[in-house]
Design a protein around this ligand. Structure first.
Ligand SMILES: [Zn+2]
Length: 373
């Protein structure tokens, strides 16, 4: 089945030209709704926008195919990271597509949306029998998947999903990703004059420093990381600071281990606060929950089989990044995160290539046409 490469490139260029920073995906969703309805999808938008403070909800679209087989879910996100305004795709003679240099390209995740659109157009034109397809185009994936987290999953019939949102070569897919916990430690000390009466003060910054020094940071163990990412406190150099707030995150492939590490962090801050007679307020939140899909699962095997048949080297990886697949997994949908024609993501050097976009489109077509149960 031959894809229309010219149309695919046009779609990608057009998608890039539509600004869609996180929480501002309105124009993107409107454009995609028109395209999907034109192909024959039933499309609805949820109210995630109002829940997360954005101007747009998640798009959920369905396309009926073979009634004897359960549908497959394909998921991609509509938002891009900053700098995201005024994006323009530049196609080089060698087939590389990059931004004009002052913004990201947005191949993360517009390559995926392009491939999905081109795949379903090609399949429709061929008249071939295909799986029933469900699409979830989410908002605000880049802000810890808050868009997908606000989605009502009762609409989804698929039990298997392909999240197209991974930086790698065709044939690579993430089958495991971590829990991500974010924490905040607020330390309340006592202000005093730094020169006249330092003995009267309780230095909140010193308490924080003491606590942090007790903890191993970075890669704590294989598969578990701890980072203190933000610290704020103090007013003037001649005042003993009475307040300091430290924020950080923990990632672990083992959800329980992440919770235990959060407890360890809290205990260190509590001990330091007790020692220096400060007060502590500690909170943590699980942003996404870990998943681990077996390599021998149908959903993984289908992808790897197809890639092998097309001559790609296959590789299953564990990633320390979260994606919408974490959210799908938490709702009982088994999925993998497949390589999606994007490189140097989250930078102004981000790029894709016409070859990789075509390869991704062909893989998506094969997945949609796979009529094995
Ligand atoms: Zn992404």
């Amino acid at each position: 089945m031959k894809i229309n490469q010219k149309r695919m490139i046009q779609t990608f260029m057009e998608l890039v030209s539509i600004d869609s920073p996180s929480r501002h995906e309105r124009h993107m969703a409107d454009w995609l709704t028109i395209q999907l309805r034109g192909i024959g999808f039933a499309v609805c938008e949820d109210d995630a926008g109002s829940i997360i403070g954005g101007d747009c909800g998640n798009l959920f679209a369905t396309w009926k195919g073979d009634v004897n087989l359960p549908p497959l879910l394909f998921c991609a996100h509509m938002d891009t990271v900053q700098p995201a305004n005024g994006k323009r795709a530049v196609l080089d003679p060698d087939g590389t597509i990059h931004s004009a240099g002052n913004t990201v390209l947005g191949a993360d995740d517009l390559s995926a949306i392009t491939a999905i659109l081109e795949a379903i157009r090609t399949i429709k034109e061929s008249g071939k029998r295909h799986r029933s397809i469900e699409l979830l185009f989410s908002v605000s994936e880049e802000t810890y998947c808050v868009g997908a987290s606000a989605f009502d999953f009762s609409k989804v019939k698929a039990k298997e999903s392909y999240v197209l949102d991974y930086e790698g070569a065709p044939g690579q897919a993430a089958i495991a990703a971590p829990s991500i916990l974010q924490f905040q430690a607020e330390i309340f000390g006592r202000a005093s004059h730094a020169g006249f009466a330092p003995e009267m003060g309780v230095n909140a910054i010193a308490v924080a420093a003491h606590a942090i020094a007790q903890l191993k940071t970075g890669r704590v163990t294989e598969g578990l990381t701890l980072n203190f990412g933000k610290i704020h406190g103090g007013l003037l150099t001649n005042i003993v600071p009475d307040y300091c707030v430290v924020e950080g995150e923990i990632r672990s492939f083992d959800h329980h281990a992440a919770l235990v590490q959060a407890e360890r962090v809290q205990n260190a801050f509590q001990a330091a606060s007790d020692e220096f007679h400060a007060m502590l307020s500690f909170s943590n939140e699980c942003l996404v929950q870990a998943y681990n899909v077996s390599e021998s699962s149908t959903v993984a095997q289908r992808y790897f089989d197809i890639c092998r048949t097309r001559g790609y080297q296959t590789e299953s990886v564990q990633t320390l990044g979260g994606s919408d697949n974490n959210v799908l997994a938490a709702h009982g949908i088994t999925g993998i995160v497949a390589a999606s024609a994007m490189h140097a993501c989250h930078s102004c050097s981000e790029y894709t290539t016409v070859d990789e976009l075509s390869q991704l489109t062909e893989i998506v077509i094969d997945l949609m046409l796979d009529l094995r149960p």
